[in-house]
Ligand binder design. Structure first.
Ligand code: KG4
Ligand code: ZN
Length: 341
């Protein structure tokens, strides 16, 4: 390898927290040399959602090939690397264990340092990849299949969670509503697409407020309202318009996410706002937040869709900032399904 300097920091990132087996080589925190993702979506589609046991088995089958491919595309060998970064939580425990065990084995065999990375820290750090100018502090909305968090990013790897969901995550609501209206799994991208043909004002779905924290979210009431609407249509023998239900539901989610995000930005007085997680790939949500940021003179950041959904480049980037701060994990690193940010 001759294209890199000795002082370059090359991190191999590994991500297996849910249904994507992913590996990536990231140079100096922000340059992605490879980003290989084996997605299991097709496998889980027939069950209408991720089956944890099947996800773990597929990870163990694919992980070595995915890592080999990431190393090959990046044109590096283990000797070129500075460290191995791996998602150690939160996520599905069996799925996480595959990545953690793999990373430990490589670390043990090669002597490379090991860095455990929080999955949400990874999602947030995905913003650094394509926005070289982005530096903390900023407010970040993290909306994925498992999480809806509003986070004050005070420094690299230094987070204050200011709001979270009390029940369903935003992506979970997308997936459940999609299933209910017959769109199937994974619901987010399908609702995103069909909503473009629907009227977002067709049905008045609720925008839930959480009494004791203005930044917290609740999406289960909205999900129930959609299910009630569908049931009442069925009982009356009426058909419903898939696109209108999707668009009205999506608008309700976007309104709440946008309002809380802008409230947080104002409260913290930061001039930057970022989005992260699978739901950040939603075109209408991106448009809504970008517009509101523009009105307020706030700089808006959002990763490309491929860096919004689960990937290992974001883990390599988050791992880089941990690594240069001197963070190292021991061989006792474990998978922690409910790891706090
Ligand atoms: O970040 P991610 O890949 O995995 C988790 O960490 O959970 O997020 C997956 C979630 C799923 O719920 C999926 O439906 C949602 O992100 N999603 C979307 C879109 N693309 C993915 N939701 C809304 N619109 C999209 N375009
Ligand atoms: Zn994720």
């Amino acid at each position: 390898m001759d294209q890199h300097r000795k002082e370059d920091v090359l991190i191999l990132g590994i991500e297996t927290s849910c249904d994507e087996t992913a590996a990536s080589v990231v140079k100096n925190g922000r340059e992605v040399l490879s980003n290989v993702i084996y997605t299991q979506i097709a496998l889980h589609m027939q069950y209408g959602g991720v089956v944890p046991e099947i996800a773990s088995r597929k990870h163990i089958e694919k992980i070595n090939q995915v890592i080999e491919e990431a190393m090959r595309q990046a044109k590096v060998t283990l000797a070129d690397l500075s460290a191995i970064a791996v998602t150690c939580g939160p996520g599905l425990v069996g799925a996480l264990l595959v990545g953690v065990s793999e990373a430990k084995a490589i670390s043990f065999a090669s002597g490379l340092p090991l860095v455990g990375v929080h999955h949400i820290s990874g999602h947030i750090s995905a913003n650094y990849i394509e926005h070289r100018e982005l530096e903390p502090p900023f407010v970040c909305l993290v909306a994925s299949g498992g999480h809806s968090h509003l986070v004050a990013v005070k420094d690299y790897g230094v987070y204050e969670t200011i709001g979270r969901t009390r029940d369903d995550a935003a992506g979970e609501a997308f997936d459940k509503v999609a299933r209910a209206i017959g769109l199937g799994y994974p619901g987010g991208p399908k609702i995103d697409r069909i909503s473009r043909e629907g009227n977002p004002h067709a049905i008045a779905f609720p925008r839930a407020k959480v009494a004791d924290n203005a930044y917290d979210f609740s999406f289960s009431g909205l999900k129930s309202a959609v299910l009630n609407y569908l049931n009442s249509c069925r009982m009356k023998g009426e058909s419903f318009c898939q696109a209108d239900v999707a668009a009205s539901f999506q608008k309700a989610v976007i309104d709440v996410l946008t309002e809380h995000s802008m409230h947080a930005v104002a409260e913290f007085g930061y001039d930057k706002f970022a989005m992260a997680g699978g739901v950040a790939a939603n075109s209408a949500l991106r448009a809504s937040l970008e517009k509101e940021c523009l009105v307020r003179g706030i700089r808006f950041f959002c990763p490309s869709p491929v860096y919004c959904t689960d990937n290992a480049a974001m883990i390599g980037t988050a791992g880089y900032y941990e690594y240069i701060r001197g963070v190292r994990s021991g061989y006792d690193l474990n998978a922690v399904p409910g790891l706090k940010l």
